[in-house]
Write a protein that binds this ligand. Structure first.
Ligand SMILES: Nc1ncnc2c1ncn2[C@@H]1O[C@H](COP(=O)(O)OP(=O)(O)O)[C@@H](O)[C@H]1O
Ligand SMILES: [Mg+2]
Length: 233
């Protein structure tokens, strides 16, 4: 699959709103949000719990349709992709780090991280070699053959990050990636995502309420009650 050009817009939202429910049970989770993110850039989205951060990431990943407004992903209106194309984009071009980790319990750590590589057609041997290198960078190579249930929250978080970047995804979406980590590990994870963004010219979008991350961000956007309240561009 063609790699997206450097310094191009990876994500662009124009006047996007999302309302959940209907009638008296309506929740306006996202209100007229416009934003963009490019390759090589680490964008930080800060905001208190319930401000709409996870909803916004879910919209960007095409897992949810906006009530109004347009979302462009990899240079194309997201509505123009077929369901199959979107599935392929999520499998091969987007790396997810979600709060719930979404690790597969029946696979080992190495298999969880390598699954995208196998998906992309790498041999078992190639995939294994690449996975071990990545696990070493995250100081979890000793856990390669263990299963997710035996890991601490912090270790699971690292596996989720390794999996997200294993395949060279052009867009990384990380929802509170340091939420379950003490500060040193949290810093290491953000550092790794930052290095990935710069060296591979990838677009990384991190959602957090952790102010320590701000020093790593190229740009910071703040959300409150579904709205972007400030942008330092
Ligand atoms: N699937 C859903 N159905 C109804 N309301 C939802 C749904 N997902 C999120 N919300 C509501 O949308 C608002 C924003 O939620 P969320 O995006 O999870 O915020 P954050 O990630 O910043 O904590 C909240 O009021 C939440 O209750
Ligand atoms: Mg959230």
């Amino acid at each position: 699959m063609k790699t997206f050009e450097n310094n191009s817009r990876v994500v662009e939202l124009t006047d996007v709103s999302k309302i959940f429910g209907s009638n008296e049970h309506k929740t306006s989770a996202i209100k007229h949000v416009s934003l963009h993110a490019s390759s090589g850039e680490l964008l930080l989205l800060l905001g208190p719990s319930g401000s709409g951060k996870t909803t916004l990431l879910t919209l960007i990943a095409g897992l949810l349709e906006p009530t109004s407004g347009t979302i462009s992903l990899f240079g194309r209106n997201i509505e123009s992709y077929s369901a199959k194309e979107l599935q392929e984009i999520r499998a091969l071009r987007i790396g997810f780090v979600f709060q719930t980790f979404l690790l597969i319990d029946s696979l080992t750590v190495a298999e969880n991280v390598g699954i995208v590589l196998r998906f992309a057609g790498k041999t078992k041997k190639e995939s294994r070699r690449q996975v071990i290198r990545l696990l070493r960078q995250l100081h979890i190579d000793h856990l390669a053959n263990t299963f997710p249930q035996t890991l601490s929250q912090g270790e699971k978080q690292r596996v989720a990050v390794a999996r997200a970047i294993a395949n060279g995804a052009e867009l990384i979406i990380a929802d509170e990636p340091t939420g379950s980590l003490e500060s040193k590990q949290g810093f290491e994870i953000i550092q790794l995502l930052k290095t990935y963004s710069k060296e591979e010219k990838r677009c990384v979008i991190i959602v957090s309420h952790d102010l320590r991350i701000t020093e790593f961000a190229d740009r910071i956007l703040r959300m409150e009650d579904g709205k972007l309240i400030q942008s330092n561009e």
